[in-house]
Design a protein around this ligand. Sequence first.
Ligand SMILES: Cc1cc2nc3c(=O)[nH]c(=O)nc-3n(C[C@H](O)[C@H](O)[C@H](O)COP(=O)(O)OP(=O)(O)OC[C@H]3O[C@@H](n4cnc5c(N)ncnc54)[C@H](O)[C@@H]3O)c2cc1C
Length: 470
Amino acid sequence: MIVDSPPGQAYVSGVGRDDHLLVIGGGMAGLAAAAAAADAGARVTVVEKSDSLGGSAAMSAGIVWTAPDFQTLRRVVPGGDPALGRALIDGFWPAVEWVRSTGVSVSERWEGQMGFGSAVRVDIKSLLAAWQKKITSAAGALLLESPARKLTTDEAGRVTGATVHTPDGPRDMRADAVLLATGGFQGDPELLATFIGSGADAMLVRSNLGSVGDGFRFGREVGASASRCLDGFYGHLVPSPMAELRQDQFLELTQYYSNHCLLVNRLGRRFTDESLGDEVSNQATLRQPGSRAVLLCDERIHATHAATAPYPHGQVIDRIAAADAAGGRHASKRTMKELLDTVAAWDVHPRALAITVDQWAAAAAGDETALDISRAVRPEPFLDPPFHALEVQPAITFPFGGLRVDPDGRALDRDGVAVPGLFAAGADAGGLQDVRYVGGLVLGLVFGPRAARAAIGSSRGARREVVTNG
Ligand SMILES: Cc1cc2nc3c(=O)[nH]c(=O)nc-3n(C[C@H](O)[C@H](O)[C@H](O)COP(=O)(O)OP(=O)(O)OC[C@H]3O[C@@H](n4cnc5c(N)ncnc54)[C@H](O)[C@@H]3O)c2cc1C
């Protein structure tokens, strides 16, 4: 199916303007890149696997955010590629201005997103629609239900297009450059187990279902290498047990407030600094026995942090009540003793749990030596009944690892040399974040257009070379 595109433009071959960018994946990075390519006067075709555009971006909360400056970014993700980090910081506010220029609503700026970030809320559905309009107005093509199946190359190894399974059958689509924007490998158990490790293949997936590592595999097949930070991932703790996580539950079952709670494993012990954020605790929980943990808090924490908006413009939901309604294992008790007895019956070691709770209380009262694993922020005391416990499990939205790229999205081989004609952006491009999270939508917004502009430049250069040599 072709969305709102003039007849004959879907399988273009050199009609009109001369640069043709093929974008694989119609989510945040793919549509941002294609809109920027259309702005720059290039012909662009976007192929999308599913029957609608938007990918995970269309399911998102629309918070466009990242670290406020390069120094903060390096402090938060010291293991990430500094060149990518610099490009992210330099590109963030200009990219927000570009969004504003489409006429889409952008909120006031706020600070402290995920503890340290600068953020705005964007009307994400309108933005995706505005980009689609921009692409089709420039005679670009948007093909739905059209998964790319492999890249094509010439004898010199230059990427020349892709084989795409359209509703009308397989097509070899030629292009001057190809941008991979398939959204990561969170839906592929093999890549999850290989890179993120044991238990990752059984994790619940909190994203669109089409991001199964196609971009990563396509890139590897033509010589691109993998990025650094392959074992990190973004996601959130969600209730346990739950056999599946539906799209309508993604936001309401996210336990954003866990940084205020005590988190213990089945051994009854803490295993991470909860104050670093739910997305860090989420990764640490995957690596605990049974990949399960229990969140504990009192009524003040529940009322202040678990039943309020997690960030400006966020949904106001009682997330513990929502977890309970969805079948999560939950208890609320009048005394701490009753709560601990209940949690012990969930297969959590009772004596170790009691010791951990005592250590928490001592640390909350000011004893800085009380905790085995220290916290950047002093724990909040559990004073007000009822006291709450919720069993949680990890979920993945996208991996931090992907293809190795330079700041303009050029896919790089193991020697750091660009694979000619190949680019990657969004979650297909890895290496910027390590254990902590510095943004999702922003990666597509900043790096999609950068890659598109570089791709157009590279195809013009390649054509000049052919003419000169010929
Ligand atoms: C519930 C939820 C809330 C979120 N909230 C936020 C937020 O507020 N702020 C934030 O920064 N981030 C948020 N995120 C994360 C953000 O949505 C993603 O980081 C971002 O969308 C990734 O962009 P992308 O272009 O890489 O992938 P996507 O936007 O997921 O797009 C990838 C597209 O590629 C398609 N595709 C896959 N394989 C192929 C193939 N072979 N051929 C053709 N098409 C293919 C997929 O179907 C998909 O449409 C949220 C995510 C979720 C799920």
